[in-house]
Design a protein around this ligand. Structure first.
Ligand code: ZN
Length: 348
């Protein structure tokens, strides 16, 4: 017996057995990967099916009550803003999230000479890669003149609805972070200070940011920001066009043809654009008027403001467009889910 050959043959048998085991393993690994991909897609579809404008509306009613209890406003700084922060923190904790309230300092008011500390609200899923965070944000303050239910209780209510239905531990690839900003109506203070406070590593962990600012305008338009315009300040960093593309697809799935618009520097995405983070935005329109073409496309009234109560005392829950709120919530949920389930890098 040639022990060498026998050993070699035995070795071969072992090798081929190992190869079979390896093949089996990689086959089942592929099946597991496929199953996980299918379950991720299922989770996204389920999220879009689960969220609703009615769910968001319950939060708008609560924010209206907060304004009613605080001289008709939720302006920041102020007690209506503080109560709004407490409300959002409680809602996120009930949904199972660990919530943080990073602070920033602003002037207490004209001529007062003193400063006041304010809170943003931030919560992130416990699951998904924390190195590829899908971040969503809405400002939580109103102007002093009114309760700010469309501007921007609607964005807040929509995000809370998505957070509640997503839950804190979804089976997705990437983490999802929800953020609620103070003092947007002052000088974008909350979001600006938050982004400024991030170190390089923390900034790089944010794969993308989507901003919601007014998503239930009574004479609603359907605008998507990202990738439009020649300058980076108008279009956003590379990757922003892809975010807008997915938002438009998700609006189409919700039954509406959205229009793309440039970033105009007037909401909380500004700091994210400055930091080079790919961004998108959605808005239903402010005091600008709907054109004939837009009114026809969106079933609105031509020549009338998208929201005639913009920055006024009548920006109340009675002024809200439930259909718009529902569609925007669906489209943002679908977009967040799309990127949270994605296994590829975000490129333009
Ligand atoms: Zn706003």
């Amino acid at each position: 017996m040639d022990t060498t050959r026998a050993t070699r043959r035995a070795g071969l048998r072992v090798t081929s057995a190992l190869a079979a085991v390896t093949a089996l393993t990689s086959c089942s690994a592929m099946e597991t990967t496929a199953r996980f991909a299918a379950s991720r897609q299922g989770a996204v579809a389920q999220l879009v099916a689960d969220v609703s404008g009615d769910g968001a509306l319950t939060h708008l009613r609560a924010l209206q009550r907060i304004a009613d209890d605080n001289d008709g406003t939720r302006a920041s700084p102020g007690p209506g803003y503080e109560a709004s922060v407490d409300y959002v923190v409680a809602a996120l904790r009930r949904a199972g999230f660990e919530v943080s309230t990073p602070t920033f300092t602003v002037s207490a008011g004209q001529g007062s000479g003193s400063n006041v500390e304010l809170r943003n609200v931030v919560a992130q899923t416990a699951t998904g890669s924390p190195d590829h965070v899908v971040m969503l944000g809405a400002h939580l303050d109103s102007v002093p003149a009114g309760p700010g239910i469309n501007d921007n209780g609607s964005g807040v209510g929509s995000l809370l609805e998505i957070a509640e239905k997503l839950g804190s531990s979804p089976q997705l690839t990437n983490a999802v972070r929800f953020s609620f900003w103070g003092s947007e109506e002052v000088d974008l203070d909350g979001s600006t200070r938050y982004v400024e406070a991030l170190n390089d590593a923390e900034r790089q962990q944010i794969m993308m940011y989507v901003n919601l600012d007014m998503v239930a305008s009574p004479n609603a338009g359907y605008f998507v920001q990202g990738g439009k315009g020649r300058k980076s300040a108008s279009a956003g960093p590379p990757g922003s066009a892809r975010i807008a593309e997915v938002l438009v697809e998700q609006f189409a799935a919700a039954g509406v043809a959205a229009e793309t618009a440039t970033f105009d520097g007037e909401s909380d995405y500004a700091a994210f654009l400055d930091a080079g983070i790919p961004s998108g935005g959605v808005l239903a329109g402010d005091e600008n008027k709907a054109s004939e073409r837009q009114a026809e496309k969106w079933g609105g009234r031509a020549g009338e403001a998208f929201d005639s109560c913009y920055h006024r005392a009548c920006d109340r829950v009675e002024n809200i467009n439930g259909t718009a709120l529902d569609r925007f919530t669906d489209a943002v949920a679908g977009t967040a889910g799309h990127f949270a389930a994605s296994t590829t890098a975000l490129t333009n």
